[in-house]
Design a protein. Structure first.
Length: 413
C-alpha cells in the first residue's frame, strides 16, 4: 500500500511540478502568493557545474501557502525531455539503471514541517561520483504533501507535489553540438503557400546531438526582396535549455504594420562555452489577399460604371446625329397629292402609253455614220457593228442618193 500511495500521489499533480525548464541562480526570489494551499519552491530550476568526486550544496527557499501547517516528504527522481515542447519526463518508477541515475547523488532532510505561510531555506547536498560520466545529468528534488486517510487503509489522501529541477554538468569530455531540423514561418491566417498578414510566427526545431544541455540565444532578422530590414525578433528569449539527444521547438514572433511580397528570415544564435554558431534561413510570402480582393472589386465596379456610362453616351450621340441628318434631308414642306378616281384612270392610261411606246428605228446614212464615228474616235466600233452585206447596201443607197442630188449638165445651144 505504501508503494501504491506514492505512485498515485506522484501522478496526481506531477505536471504542475515541472512546468518550466528555465535556468535560475541559486538563492531566494520573491514568491507570488496566489495559491490557497500547497508549497512554492524558488528557484524552480538550478544549474550546477560539477567536478567528478566533489560535493555541492544547493539552497532552495520553500514557502507553505496553505492555510494550515503542512508536512512534506522529500523524494528524488530522474528526468529527461518528454517532447519538443521542453516538458520534462520524470521517471517516477525509478526505472533508470543506477549507473545512469542521479537519485543517489542527492541527500537532504527526509521530512520538514512548515506553518501556514512559513518560509524556510532548505539545503540539498549533491555528491558527484568520481566515475561520473562527463556531460549532462538531470534530476528532480520533489516535495510531497499528504498522508493516507485515518481509518481507511484503501483510501489515499490528495497529495500536492512540487519540486526543483537540477541540471548537473559534469566536467570532462564535453560535446556541445546543435543542428536545426527545420525553420519555418507562419501565422494564424496562413496557408500552405503564403501568409496573409502579420504577426509572423517563427518556429525552429533544434536538435541537440551533444552530451550536455545547451541554451542557444540570438535573433531573427527579416528582410524584403530588396534586402531592406523589415524587423528583428529575439530567438529563445526565455532561455530554454535543450537536453542531449532531444529536439526542442523554439518560437519567436515578429509584428509589422504592412507586409506584402517575398521575405527572407535569417536566424543567428550562439551557444556553448566556445561560442558556437547556429544559423538558419527561410523564405516566405506575405499576400494580404482580403484587402487586395476588396480593392480589385472596387476597381472592377468603377470600370464597369465608366464603360456603361460611355456606351450610353455614345448611343445618345449617335441617335442625335442620325436624327439631325434625317431632318436635313426632308423637304421643308410637302403636300401629299389628292387621289381621285379620274386622276387614277388618267395615270393608268399614261403609264400604258409609256409601256406600249416603241421608238421607230432611225435610218442612218453611211456618210452620217462615218462622220459620227470619226468625230468620236470610234471608227473601229462602227465597222465592227455592221456586217459586210449591210455595208454594201448602205454604199449602194448612198451612191443612188448622190446621183439624184447631182445637178444635170446644161446643154449648149
Amino acid at each position: 500500500m505504501k508503494k501504491l500511495r506514492l505512485a498515485v500521489g506522484s501522478l496526481i499533480s506531477i505536471a504542475a511540478i515541472f512546468a518550466l525548464l528555465q535556468p535560475q541562480s541559486v538563492g531566494a526570489e520573491p514568491f507570488d502568493l496566489v495559491a490557497e494551499q500547497g508549497l512554492q519552491v524558488s528557484p524552480a530550476m538550478v544549474e550546477l557545474n560539477a567536478e567528478p568526486g566533489k560535493s555541492y550544496v544547493l539552497d532552495v527557499d520553500l514557502l507553505n501557502v496553505a492555510n494550515s501547517q503542512q508536512t512534506y516528504q522529500t523524494e528524488y527522481f530522474d528526468f529527461r525531455s518528454k517532447d519538443d515542447s521542453g516538458t520534462p519526463d520524470v521517471y517516477v518508477d525509478n526505472s533508470l539503471p543506477k549507473s545512469a541515475s542521479v537519485r543517489s547523488w542527492f541527500s537532504a532532510d527526509e521530512t520538514l514541517s512548515l506553518a501556514s505561510y512559513q518560509k524556510k531555506s532548505y539545503k540539498i547536498k549533491v555528491t558527484v561520483p568520481a566515475n561520473a560520466e562527463p556531460g549532462g545529468h538531470y534530476g528532480v528534488v520533489s516535495f510531497t504533501n499528504g498522508a493516507p486517510g485515518v481509518g481507511d487503509s484503501e483510501r489515499v489522501a490528495v497529495q500536492v507535489k512540487t519540486g526543483v529541477l537540477v541540471l548537473i554538468r559534469v566536467a570532462g569530455d564535453i560535446k556541445e553540438s546543435l543542428t536545426i531540423d527545420s525553420f519555418t514561418a507562419s501565422s494564424k491566417n496562413s496557408t500552405p503557400f503564403f501568409i496573409e498578414n502579420a504577426p509572423i510566427d517563427f518556429t525552429a526545431r533544434v536538435r541537440n546531438t551533444g552530451n550536455v544541455h545547451v541554451r542557444p540565444q540570438g535573433s531573427i532578422e527579416v528582410r524584403n526582396m530588396l534586402g531592406g530590414l523589415v524587423g528583428k525578433s529575439d530567438f529563445n528569449k526565455s532561455a530554454g535549455n535543450i537536453l542531449p539527444k532531444s529536439i526542442r521547438k523554439l518560437q519567436s514572433s515578429l509584428n509589422a504594420d504592412w507586409m506584402i511580397g517575398q521575405y527572407t528570415a535569417t536566424l543567428t544564435a550562439g551557444y556553448g562555452t566556445n561560442g558556437q554558431a547556429l544559423v538558419g534561413e527561410t523564405t516566405f510570402w506575405v499576400i494580404p489577399y482580403k484587402p487586395i480582393l476588396i480593392v480589385l472589386l472596387a476597381l472592377l465596379t468603377i470600370v464597369f460604371i465608366i464603360r456603361t456610362w460611355l456606351r450610353s453616351y455614345r448611343k445618345h450621340i449617335i441617335e442625335e446625329t442620325t436624327d439631325h441628318h434625317i431632318e436635313g434631308a426632308l423637304p421643308t414642306a410637302y403636300t401629299s397629292p389628292v387621289s381621285t378616281p379620274e386622276a387614277s384612270i388618267a395615270d393608268d392610261e399614261h403609264e400604258h402609253k409609256k409601256r406600249s411606246f416603241k421608238p421607230k428605228a432611225e435610218h442612218v446614212s453611211l456618210s452620217d455614220a462615218l462622220a459620227s464615228a470619226e468625230s468620236s474616235n470610234q471608227d473601229d466600233l462602227v465597222t465592227d457593228e455592221l456586217s459586210d452585206d449591210e455595208i454594201d447596201a448602205l454604199t449602194s443607197e448612198a451612191t443612188t442618193t448622190a446621183k439624184k442630188k447631182k445637178p444635170a449638165k446644161k446643154t449648149k445651144k
